[in-house]
Design a protein around this ligand. Structure first.
Ligand code: URA
Ligand code: SF4
Length: 196
């Protein structure tokens, strides 16, 4: 059921021309992972590799994210679904404009309604602001559970920020450890993780 609904929505996204990003994209990146995943990870926008392959988080940021998930004993096929605030790559990886974000957000909202994840992880400032408003600050709000229409939401740094500034990795790891604890509370009390 969720797979069918997601596929239906994906068809719409693949044909979408609702904002100017459609003109410069190679292809939209809908999102991928387990349609019944307990954890939804939300990034900003596809980058070069994602635009080329059509798969979310396959470039350098994605590889770092995958390493962090492995340390939590989560896999991107099983416990996780990954998507972005906008589905098409902005030229030169610029931040998607507010109008582009509001054009695309209904797709993410529908993905959330279909997947109904137990935990949502927001990666970076753009995702945080899209959910909680322009006055949100990732440096201030990361690492604290927030509530979004009943969903448990953990904001943390975007992996691209961790690549630019490795000093932030320690804080990001603290945030992911909180996700492991919440996962045990809400999903599987026996979830094994050698670090938590
Ligand atoms: N960065 C993002 O925010 N999303 C991706 O899919 C890849 C890189
Ligand atoms: Fe459509 Fe979103 Fe792509 Fe804009 S970014 S064209 S709204 S899918």
């Amino acid at each position: 059921m969720t797979t069918e609904s997601l596929n239906e929505l994906k068809k719409q996204v693949l044909a979408c021309q609702q904002c100017p990003l459609y003109a410069t994209r190679n292809q939209p990146v809908f999102g991928s992972g387990n349609p019944e995943a307990p954890i939804l990870i939300v990034g900003e926008a596809p980058g070069f590799e994602e635009d080329k392959t059509g798969v979310a988080f396959v470039g350098k940021s994605g590889q770092l994210l995958e390493k962090i998930l492995k340390a939590c004993n989560f896999s991107r096929e099983k416990e996780v679904y990954m998507s972005n605030i906008v589905k098409c790559r902005p030229p030169h990886n610029r931040t998607p404009a507010p109008t582009e974000q509001s054009a695309c957000l209904p797709y993410l909202e529908q993905q959330i309604e279909i997947i109904r994840p137990k935990i949502i992880i927001l990666l970076g400032s753009t995702a945080l602001k899209a959910f909680f408003g322009a006055s949100s600050r990732i440096t201030r709000e990361r690492g604290q559970w927030k509530n979004w229409f009943g969903y448990e939401v953990m904001p943390t740094y975007h992996p691209s920020a961790l690549l630019r500034n490795p000093g932030l990795k320690r804080d990001a790891w603290e945030d992911f450890k909180k996700v492991v604890l919440k996962y045990r509370e809400l999903v599987d009390k026996n979830h094994y993780c050698q670090y938590v």
